[in-house]
Write a protein of this length. Structure first.
Length: 396
């Protein structure tokens, strides 16, 4: 098999696992433990903060020691996470504190795995970066959808079996990553000090990003997406399902799956019709449309209408996410790509942590439905500002 195929298998294993985790983690804190909105937001933040703090260090390590090596180590540690939850559930010791420990651990894993995997993409892309980004995005959301649907049986067969599947899939991904054959470029490994490396990575990445109009605009909209879109997705929507629709793991899984279905269909269309020339324009239009669609999610009545709306939101997201990653990949200097993609993820995850707290507090004050409307309107306002004040509209 070609390196690309093993890369795609390793990527698929992670995103299938992530699909299971997205449902199981949210189900455990919102429905099983039934914690209040502010604590739901804090639990989601506990996963995002380690990813934020360590993401740039992970990108720097990938650039210096090789993306394959870092990805292998990170995914190996990821397999421990579901085993920890199985142990706690088996001992009837699952608490909010245990959930926070799991969240922090998986956040650390993501910080190192994400930039390492993103940096590997260019090495296996065979000169077709946008096409490979689209393929990976389709795999990401298509496989995540299967993970969501697998997790929907948690109420029927129990969380331990679902978590066992998650651990098994992660181990299969480790084998696939190990089998990627790449030339080993000469590197000069150096001793890393956490604070020094973090500060250096932030400064260097920020300076490069600031000199590029396209990357600067991408990071701004990325931050807004983390606060208003991610915060809504991981906090406000699950609480809407719990408090308004009295949902279970099945309703939560189907909501995630319909969103992923929209993403997959949008990405499939992109693959069918080829590369988009006006990438920045497509990004802004998709983000603006997504904000308008999400407003309706807080105003609609009925689970069917909500799922259809979230499906349409996924259609917009499939275009937006693909375009933003493509612009960032193509604009980053080749020898800094790992760090720049880490900065890309850093901006999204860091703002997502803020978004989790923001939306948790907002739900506690005005309810889940109005929190969704407020976040969506804030996102729409930000996108209009980016379109007016940047060159992203004209970016090719």
């Amino acid at each position: 098999m070609r390196p690309l195929h093993y890369y795609l298998l390793g990527t698929a294993s992670w995103f299938y696992s992530w699909g299971i985790q997205s449902v199981i983690f949210t189900w455990l804190i919102t429905i099983v433990l039934h914690v209040e909105p502010e604590r739901v937001g804090f639990a989601q933040m506990a996963m995002l903060v380690p990813a934020t703090l360590l993401m740039l260090v992970g990108g720097s390590l990938a650039d210096n020691y090789g993306g394959k090596r870092i990805a292998l180590l990170a995914q190996s540690f990821a397999a421990i996470g579901p085993l920890f939850l199985i142990f706690m559930i088996s001992r009837n010791a699952l608490t909010y504190t245990a959930i926070l420990i799991y969240a922090a651990g998986m956040g650390c894993v993501q910080a190192f795995l994400t930039p390492a995997r993103d940096g590997l993409l260019n090495l296996v892309a065979e000169g077709k970066v946008q096409r490979r980004v689209v393929q990976v995005s389709m795999i990401q959301f298509g496989i995540q959808m299967l993970g969501f649907l697998s997790a929907s049986y948690a109420d029927d067969i129990g969380a331990r079996i679902i978590l066992s599947v998650q651990a098994t899939v992660l181990i299969a991904g480790i084998i696939a990553l190990y089998r990627i054959q790449l030339p080993d470029p000469e590197r000069t490994p150096r001793e890393h000090h956490f604070l020094k490396e973090l500060g250096s990575s932030i400064v260097v990445s920020f300076q490069i990003m600031r000199r590029s109009s396209a990357m600067r605009a991408i990071v701004i909209q990325n931050c807004a997406m983390g606060v208003f879109f991610m915060g809504t997705y991981i906090v406000s929507l699950p609480l809407l399902l719990r408090d308004v629709y009295q949902g279970s793991s099945q309703e939560l899984s189907w909501l995630n799956a319909t969103n992923s279905m929209g993403l997959v269909i949008a990405i499939t269309i992109l693959m069918r019709f080829g590369d988009i020339r006006r990438q920045g324009r497509a990004l802004l239009l998709a983000q603006g449309a997504g904000a308008v669609v999400l407003v309706a999610a807080g105003l609609l009545d009925g689970l069917m209408a909500l799922n259809i709306d979230i499906f349409c939101w996924g259609l917009c997201g499939g275009i937006a996410m693909t375009m933003s990653r493509t612009i960032m990949q193509e604009s980053a200097p080749p020898d800094m790509r790992g760090r720049m993609m880490a900065f890309f993820s850093f901006s999204f995850m860091g703002s997502g942590a803020i978004g989790a707290l923001f939306n948790g507090y907002l739900v506690g004050q005005v309810g889940a439905a109005y929190a969704i409307v407020i976040s969506s309107m804030c996102m729409l306002f930000t996108i209009v500002l980016v379109a007016v004040r940047s060159d992203l509209w004209k970016h090719t």
